[in-house]
Ligand binder design. Sequence first.
Ligand code: ATP
Ligand code: MG
Length: 179
Amino acid sequence: MRLFVAIPIPASISRALIELKSNERGFRWVPEGNHHITLKFLGETDPSSIPEIHRALSEIHLQRFSLRLDGLGSFSSKGRPSVLWAGVGRIPPHLPVLHRKVLDALWRVGFEPERRSFHPHVTLARIEGVSSQAFSAYRKKQPAFVSDDFPVGNFTLYQSRSGSGGVRYGAIGSYGLYE
Ligand code: ATP
Ligand code: MG
């Protein structure tokens, strides 16, 4: 099964993100309710590992914090825009700490941490076949985006399943942060 660990985005914020949707060609928008901030992508994993993954993630202790999404950005692949995202405005110290704790916990059960630095973001759309020029023209037309503050009270272990209706994420475990 395909697994990842992420911070879920509350429904009210997900609704606000959906408002950014446009009919531009080449954009595949993430549907409402699927928005998240990935902390660690585990990839294809044997289901027999779930108990130890669950145990490792359950041992993480950290205080709750709040986040605000502020600003849009993009990743490119082979010189072309590939992902449109909303970034985390001012990164609260707890967020990289949570990321580090998740990587450490999973490293102890055999998942290699990625070398790339942590760039917290919410993917809004996957982009295909759009030139850099067309993409910058699109970006110039886009209004600024800032979300309300929202609390991060837990993080989640998700299973990702792709089917005819697109990808579906199912929560396998949820891990609370303390007050
Ligand atoms: P789809 O692949 O069908 O477009 P998706 O990317 O949302 O949908 P997954 O590929 O299962 O679904 O990915 C789940 C989450 O993990 C997403 O946030 C995705 O960006 C992230 N992710 C996927 N592959 C990697 C990877 N190799 N490294 C880091 N994060 C990844
Ligand atoms: Mg993917």
